[in-house]
Design a protein around this ligand. Structure first.
Ligand code: AMP
Length: 545
């Protein structure tokens, strides 16, 4: 049968088969719980409300919120009624936010009450937005206008909505890249791509989400659709645990323990914070240690997992699953699961494989291409090239930029990630093209250096950037954050002595500089752009003085 693959199927199945399963959401006043049945009714009320407000099929509905049950309701009501969910990154600079809202022509924006002051800064510069719907109670009077209250809107709207017949190629959602240069670029996901990506995420050799899982996405719902976990968990009827804005290590531990979370998803910086918290707790024998035994797996991507972090998480019974992808790939593109023939390998050999970015998931094709020659590199685990991918959930163009063929070439997406691929097809990312340090005609992997430095027991975070050099073109400089208990007790020489036996001499950073925290991007990655700016500012200040 020619059966359309739409988000409606995910919703209908979940509410029909799992009415008693729970959706739990952290709020200011504690955990709010309801069932898929309640959720189903509220999603239909929301769709009725949107129709009542004049939202037409294909129009963009913006969201400006944390991971909450209301955001989950929007994830379903908007695409199921034929409109397009546009999740806005709440950590963007106001100009970028304005650019994105205007580029997408959002008609209405749903905003969490505590984020109203952030969105207010864009008010007056986003003419397409006709209504602001506030989720929760703001503490102050807002300039946003006109405003509606989410709960009032739902209470007056019909709990029955007949979903329209949709074409599976209709747009369901869109996200903008967290691009560090130039304006962010829009990526549109169709119902079909979302559906297939959801199936891909649920495959046992992928994230393997099942009905018995309790899924806690720390990755924001505005970062590449929380990696598809809201749709995947709903399709299979898993219990959702949504952390709201409570993303610190202590509240996360509390939620894991109380709700018996089995699957956590987030970027490495979140787990660096959590692991450091657990390490500190373990040094306090009189403190009761948290019971995290329910956790089965911690999918992690967004940037490379430092091996030292993966080891610490293993030690606390939190096995990480390395995954790779990008906004343009929906985002799940590869996952590092061990294959059956790896099971006879030693623990350290298995660890090395788990630490790679893994194999592309079924339906994603990949090739690793030598940028200079345009030829595919051999699958030898050594030759380096750019990862290029294609598949039914890989973007074919940017929104409003369909002519851009720099990133999209001969039906392939050029990811800008440089990697090796081994005989089994496991990718290992060496760096992003623009972060590789080009030293005297050779490349130095900033990721490898960072991983080594972060393996030093006194180090919490490390980020390496290439800085201009008159002879060598670029040289590596390391910014290092000490663990709180070792603050002020590490020296640059100590780091260099630690690195010396592990790397070629020319890989050693020219400078090791200590900072309080590595600046992060809006989605929690190390911000190399900010570090380059910081370095330039430090140098010009030093020259001036
Ligand atoms: P974004 O679109 O913001 O999710 O960023 C996508 C980029 O994050 C990719 O192109 C990679 O450079 C990086 N990335 C994502 N996952 C990983 C990973 N597991 N290891 C290394 N880099 C990653």
């Amino acid at each position: 049968m020619d059966y359309p693959l739409t988000v409606q199927h995910i919703f209908n199945r979940a509410t029909r088969f799992f009415p008693h399963k729970e959706i739990v959401s952290r709020t200011e006043t504690g955990m709010r719980r309801y069932t898929y049945a309640d959720f189903g009714e509220r999603v239909q009320r929301l769709a009725s409300a949107l129709t009542g407000l004049g939202i037409q099929p294909g129009q963009r509905v913006g969201t400006f919120g944390w991971n909450t049950y209301r955001h989950l309701e929007l994830y379903f009501a908007v695409p199921c009624m034929g409109a397009v969910l546009h999740t806005l990154n709440v950590r963007l600079f106001t100009e970028q936010l304005e650019y994105i809202i205007n580029d997408a022509e959002d008609q209405i924006i749903f905003v969490d009450a505590d984020l109203v002051p952030v969105l207010e800064k864009a008010f007056g510069h986003i003419p397409t937005v006709k209504n602001f719907v506030i989720m929760g109670t703001p503490t102050e009077v807002t300039r946003l206008s006109p405003t509606l209250d989410y709960e009032t809107l739902l209470s007056y709207s019909s709990p029955h909505y007949d979903w329209p017949e949709l074409d599976e190629n209709d747009a369901a959602a869109m996200c903008y890249t967290s691009g560090t240069t130039g304006n962010p670029k829009g990526v549109v996901y169709s119902h079909r791509s979302t559906f297939l990506h959801t199936m891909g995420a649920c495959l046992a050799d992928s994230l393997g989400i099942t009905e018995s899982d309790v899924v806690l996405p720390v990755v924001p719902m505005f970062h590449a659709n929380a990696w598809g976990t809201p749709y995947a968990a709903t399709l299979v009827g898993a219990k959702h645990v949504l952390p709201g804005r409570f993303l610190g290590a202590a509240p996360l531990v509390e939620m894991i323990e109380q709700e018996r979370v089995t699957l956590l998803a987030g970027v490495p910086s979140i787990w660096i914070g959590l692991a450091s918290h657990l390490e500190r707790l373990s040094l306090e024998p009189e403190t009761a240690q948290p019971d995290l035994s329910s956790v089965r797996i911690v999918p992690c991507g967004g940037s490379a997992i430092p091996p030292a972090l993966m080891k610490t998480m293993d030690r606390f019974g939190l096995p990480m699953l390395h995954a790779w992808g990008m906004t343009e790939t929906s985002p799940l593109a590869s996952v590092a699961r061990l294959s059956s023939h790896h099971l006879t390998l030693s623990e350290s050999e298995q660890f090395a494989i788990r630490n790679k970015q893994g194999r592309v998931t079924p339906l994603v094709d990949c090739r690793v291409v030598d940028i200079a020659t345009g030829q595919e590199v051999p699958w030898d685990g050594k030759s380096v090239g750019e990862i290029q991918v294609r598949g039914p959930w890989i973007a074919r163009a940017y929104y409003h930029d369909e002519a851009n063929n720099e990133k999209f070439m001969d039906g392939w997406l050029r990811t800008g990630d440089v990697a090796t691929i081994d005989a089994d097809g496991y990718l290992q990312i060496v760096d992003r093209t623009k972060d590789l340090v080009k030293s005297g005609g050779e490349w130095i992997s900033s990721v490898e250096l960072e991983n080594m430095i972060m393996a030093y027991p006194k180090v919490l975070e490390a980020a390496v950037i290439g800085v201009p050099h008159p002879v060598m073109q670029e040289r590596p400089v390391a910014y290092v954050v000490a663990k709180p208990e070792f603050e002020g007790q590490i020296t640059p020489d100590e780091i260099l002595d630690y690195l010396r036996p592990q790397v070629a001499k020319w890989w050693l950073p020219d400078e090791v500089l200590f900072i309080e925290a590595v600046p992060k991007t809006s989605v929690g990655k190390f911000s190399k752009r900010e570090l380059r700016d910081l370095y330039a500012a430090q140098k010009s200040a030093a020259t001036a003085s």
